[in-house]
Design a protein. Structure first.
Length: 480
């Protein structure tokens, strides 16, 4: 039954009705009908889950960077809509209209079913379109993984407009892109929720100490307890997802900055091209020296030689590619030598004699000595058919090297312990002079040989080192 009535409406309400009248091309009855239906829907929502505007805006802000749980996403957007981009677009526009969110949406795609390219453009309230863009991107990536995985290639955000480009890729890159653009806080929140007591305690400790807590990998801490030089390579390799040797120098420096600052091992790390400046507030020289050596060893493992100088509150590391080139040339010559060990030792001695012509390289000599020691043992291994190293054949190899270097040594084998005593060193004592750089390099050569033969199964304890006025060096090798 249709009932006609004459009604009187103030101008204020006529203006509110006008958009509906225009929508229905002047049909006043249809406009009133739509308004009544919307009011009924609004009242229904008000009786259940309507949210005050300011609270709703706060909620949208707080969930930024967090993914909607899969079951909630499936309830919001039917997974079957992925089978038609046109149907998905129409459904979203209908929902925006019901919610009165005033969002304009446009989807562009290469094919309606299982597209390999999708472009999204939305305009409206910044908070709302940012929220919806995350929901829609999550929906497209998640529901495309079993057909043509869609990777988010770019997100351009303006004041009231967002443009998103997706294209066909693989599952790994598709999921990674979703995290990169819309899920930066998701893993953090999930991790904290999984172990709330642990993280609450950690946060409280950092706050109480004014961020003077240091958080390092267990292996790093174990090296400190064992009085070794810790490097932190495990943490860096985990972040880079590749071995230290394969990390480019510029990326390596950024990783060092990230790890040392976030762990609070250093207060701040500045990078100027390939120079590193580590700012700290350590009080003891021993601690500063250990950090200095740790950084040098870490960069050496990465394949780059650095000199490091420490002051009261800074450690400055400067790249020495010129020394690296010299060492690489020497090692390459040793590897291609036809006379094997003898010529290698002659070249090594010649290099040591000219060491004084290479100024300011004490740090780099560790790398030189270790690499020379490794090369000498490799060549001896080939010449003598060594399949497995033990203290007996290691002693014979070093004795041969000592004889070529005109160095007098004594050995004493006691079970798994080997005492090695150098009573006369022709290299160090040449011309009755003592050169700490030459001595250091020679000692590092021995360490390099030992490490090549036994790896971490051998422990080296220094009993006595040659100094001014003394005439012998003595070490003990223990196999674990």
């Amino acid at each position: 039954m249709t009932v006609s009535r004459h009604i009187s409406i103030d101008d204020e309400y006529i203006e509110k009705i006008r958009p509906y009248v225009e929508k229905h091309h002047g049909n006043f009855g249809k406009a009133i009908k739509e308004m009544i239906n919307r009011a009924l829907k609004y009242n229904s929502r008000s009786n259940s889950s309507a949210i005050e505007t300011s609270l709703f805006k706060w909620m949208l802000t707080e969930i930024d960077g967090i993914f909607v749980p899969d079951d909630v996403l499936d309830h919001m957007l039917d997974p079957s809509l992925i089978n038609s981009m046109k149907g998905l677009e129409e459904y979203l526009k209908h929902r925006f209209g019901e919610l009165e969110w005033d969002i304009d949406l446009a989807l562009d795609y290469d094919t309606d079913r299982f597209p390999s390219r999708v472009s999204i453009e939305m305009t409206g309230s910044p908070q709302k379109i940012k929220f919806i863009s995350g929901i829609l991107s999550q929906y497209l990536v998640k529901n495309s993984l079993d057909s043509t995985p869609l990777e988010i290639k770019s997100v351009l955000s303006f004041s009231d407009c967002i443009k998103i480009e997706l294209s066909g890729s693989n599952k790994k890159d598709a999921c990674k892109s979703l995290v990169t653009f819309f899920g930066e806080s998701d893993e953090i929140i999930r991790t904290i929720k999984s172990r709330p007591y642990f993280w609450k305690t950690m946060i409280n400790r950092h706050l109480l100490s004014n961020y003077n807590m240091v958080t390092v990998h267990r292996n790093y801490f174990e090296d400190l307890l064992a009085d070794k030089i810790p490097m932190g390579e495990i943490t860096i390799e985990s972040l880079a997802k590749k071995p230290i040797r394969e990390i480019p120098l510029n990326e390596m420096l950024l990783l060092i900055k990230k790890v040392y600052e976030s762990s609070r091992v250093a207060d701040r790390v500045d990078i100027d091209k390939d120079t590193i400046i580590v700012h700290h507030n350590y009080r003891t020289k021993e601690a500063i020296e250990k950090i200095r050596k740790s950084l040098v060893a870490l960069l050496e493992t990465n394949g780059h030689l650095y000199d490091a100088k420490a002051t009261a509150n800074m450690i400055v590391l400067r790249h020495r590619p010129d020394v690296g080139i010299k060492i690489n040339e020497l090692v390459d010559d040793l590897k291609t030598s036809n006379s094997m060990v003898d010529q290698e030792l002659i070249m090594f001695m010649a290099f040591l004699n000219g060491l004084k012509d290479m100024p300011d390289i004490p740090i780099s000599l560790s790398a030189l000595g270790k690499r020379i020691g490794k090369t000498l043992m490799q060549e001896y291994e080939k010449e003598n058919g060594i399949k497995k190293w033990n203290l007996d054949n290691f002693q014979k190899a070093i004795q041969i090297i000592d004889s070529r270097l005109h160095r007098e040594s004594e050995w004493k084998l006691d079970g798994n312990n080997l005492l090695y005593r150098v009573s006369k060193c022709n290299i160090v004592a040449e011309k009755n002079t003592f050169d700490i750089y030459v001595c250091h390099t020679s000692r590092e050569t021995f360490k390099g040989a030992l490490n090549y033969a036994f790896g971490d199964k051998a422990e080296l304890s220094i009993i006595h080192l040659l100094t001014h006025g003394d005439n012998y060096c003595e070490v003990v090798i223990r196999l674990t």
